[in-house]
Each structure stands twice: as C-alpha cells, then as structure tokens.
Write a protein that binds this ligand. Sequence first.
Ligand code: ATP
Ligand code: MG
Length: 240
Amino acid sequence: MVSIKDVHKSFGDLEVLKGVSMDINRGEVICIIGPSGSGKSTLIRCINALNDIQQGSILVEGQEVNDPNLDKLELRKKVGMVFQQYNLFPHKTALENIMMAPIRVLKQDKKEVEETARALIKKVRLEGKEDNYPGELSGGQQQRVAIARSLAMKPDVILFDEVTAALDPETVNEVLLTIKELAEEGMTCILVTHEMAFAREVADHIYFTDRGVIVEHGPPTTFFDEAKDPRTKEFLSQIL
Ligand code: ATP
Ligand code: MG
C-alpha cells in the first residue's frame, strides 16, 4: 500500500533522510519512534508530498509520489494527515470543520456530507459537541475533530505526527483510544509517537530512526524486548 525505498531528503546541505526504506501493507499500523531531529516528521511529510525527495521512491498504491506530474490533490485524498497542532478553523463549528473539505474539495452534496460528518462525530465520541467552536473544546476533543475531519475524506491511509504530544495528560488516552478503534477497523495508520505503551499494544511494526536512518525495526515484542542496536537500547532506556 505504501512502499518507501532508499529515500534521501536534504534541506540545503543538511541531509535529513539518508536512505530510508519501509513497507506498509493495507490495514497495518506502523509506529515510527526516535530522537528529536532524527527525521520522523520529514519522512511522513514525504509520503503525502508535503516534502519532495532527492533520491529514492515512495509508492502509494503503486503511484509514485515523487513524480513531478503527480496530482497532489488526488494523493491527499488517499493519504490523510493529522498534526500535533490540530489546525481547526476557529470560526467554524466542530461539524463545519469536518464538512468543509468534502464540500469544497470533493464537491459532494451538502446533505450527504452532513450525514457522514454526524456519524463521524459519533465515531470519535463527540456527540453533543457538533455545534461547539474549537475554542470551546478541550485539546483532546479538538484533536478528535481533526481526526474526524481527516476521515471525512475517506482516506486509504492516515499519517499521524505526534498527535498527542501537545495534549494534557488526561486527554491523551481518549485520542489514543480513537486511533486504536480506527486501527481495529482496519484503517492503515502510520504514526510518529512517543507513546510506547500504545505502540506496543497497537502497532504491527515499529521503526526506530536515528539521524536519518532506520536503525532497527520489528514487531513490538521483538522491538521492545530484544532491541539489539545500542542506540535503540539507549533511547528505550530513557523513555520507558
Ligand atoms: P521531533 O521529534 O523533534 O519532531 P523529527 O524526528 O520529527 O523531530 P524533523 O522535523 O523531521 O525531525 O527534522 C529533521 C531535521 O530536519 C532537523 O534537523 C530539522 O531542523 C531539519 N528540518 C526539518 N524541516 C526543515 C525545513 N523545512 N528546512 C530546513 N531544515 C528542516
Ligand atoms: Mg517531528
């Protein structure tokens, strides 16, 4: 579904990704962990063409993301993204935020979109908050609106970049629960996260990045219990 091969990415003279490869199958949950500045955000931004790459290949459902003729809009319909900062429109209600892209970008019928949006509000457990503005919602609630907004585009895969990092501890779990439920329904998810308990429980595969390379990867049990590389071990000893 997503196939990343030998990707190199530089910002000027700074080479941030130095030959990264990974494969994500449909329905899989992948967690990317690693120290700050190791290139995690850069990598996932490459998957929906927010970053270009200098070398290598990224295929999403067989389509080359790095193709200069790529229709980025088509790509971003397939690849949703949720950020640490939820970027909701402050003057739109929760429901309106979810409805906006399907109406404006996909030109879908407003009535149908509203029906879907109401179902999505329910799915992320925000019933009753339809008409609230972002400023009237907690961080965790806003992040769940952002997830619902992404789902409204019916993506094939969703990228999550540290979506709980800015949240108060008491609201982190409600967002993780939403993501876990999506994963259980078979949504393909690629997450950058520092939530190790979540990664262990929900991920099918974990990748550890350091300074632009994948140092180690494997299923959670192997990864957490049998890490071999000293950099992985040191990182885990600091974070666990
Ligand atoms: P964190 O855990 O802090 O979010 P990260 O692993 O997501 O870190 P990236 O944001 O991918 O790291 O950044 C990797 C490197 O690329 C850093 O040295 C960063 O300064 C640099 N970088 C990222 N974006 C740009 C940019 N647009 N222009 C120049 N340098 C950038
Ligand atoms: Mg980052």
